[in-house]
Design a protein around this ligand. Sequence first.
Ligand code: TXA
Ligand code: MG
Length: 362
Amino acid sequence: MRCISPAESANDNERMTAMTMDTRIALPTDTEIELAADLLKRGGLVAFPTETVYGLGGNGLLGDAVEKIFQAKGRPMDNPLILHVGDWPLTETVCTPSPLAQKLMDAFWPGPLTVLCPKTGIVPWQVTAGLPKVALRMPNHPVALRLLRRAGVPVAAPSANASGRPSPTLAVHVLTDLAGKIPLILDGGPCQIGVESTVVDVEQDQVTILRPGLVTREMLEQVTGRPVEVAESTLRPLQPGETALSPGMKHRHYAPVAKVFLVPDEDPIPRLRRCYREATAAGQRAAVMCFTEDLPALADCNPYDLGGRHHAETMAQRLFAILRQVDEAGVDVVFSAVVPPEGAGLAVMNRLGRAAEFKQVK
Ligand code: TXA
Ligand code: MG
């Protein structure tokens, strides 16, 4: 990586088509945000922080810009993108929300909730992968909101990781995955939430969670006043031939290079120890992911601290970074404690389960 000046990066748009380019990490000063907004408007890509994870943004009204996002990430084109908006009037230009969808937006925006709504004609097919609904979110992060408002266009942004890798919660994670492929990363520090937004579909008066996040089922039910469904496939792999409700669910996700196994015991310490010992004896570099309370008992098992047993929000915040650390340490196999899939725990278990491809130790 070479550091280049803001003036040089004004030419980034022209260089976007090149195979590799210099990638600059910048603090989100007014000048840099202005530059980033300009880059977006002209069809370039910018990685930026949100309260959930870093996003890789492109102008959501330009099919070519959206295609560049898929290329940079190595993402299959059949997996649609979320449009991010910084203000309400823009929302109406890209979708026609039902009264219930509008109610959810009013209650949780700006925030970690993505709502599927029928799209308008100005949304290019590349954003929705040809589907009739578009996913929309107004993120609750000062840098993201400033950038979106300056750009004045809806910004298509998946998580800014290479496809299949854990989502980035630090600017350096984005750099690791996308250096040479994008011109600019705005560094807003660590993401507070750490897992991606809750994705919901709304059909008449039924709300269904397609991807759980920190806007939980219980929080949604308080607003809708009736039961909210959770797509059954959030806690298991897709069956052969099964159609994914949200196309992202059919792709391998959140996966570190290391093999991950879940240890579902109420007291996971004995089995974590045994699995660690057996793997080490078999010549594998092993690790365990455990609760803070269990660290002393597992001190000789190469432990990674997920957070307190009853703090699913902390686990959400740490999980993706830990999966990356495990890989950097060259770990072959990691055994992980689990949390009940309730409240924020559902989002944690959806991501952890998929990182493990839902494998449990025998
Ligand atoms: O927190 C987040 O949502 C982050 C930040 C950057 O906003 N974004 C994010 O985007 O996680 P991505 O692309 O990594 O995940 C979007 C998910 C995928 O599972 C995708 O299949 C689903 O939303 N999705 C997007 N548009 C859809 C649509 N029209 N119909 C069904 N599912 C959709
Ligand atoms: Mg993603």
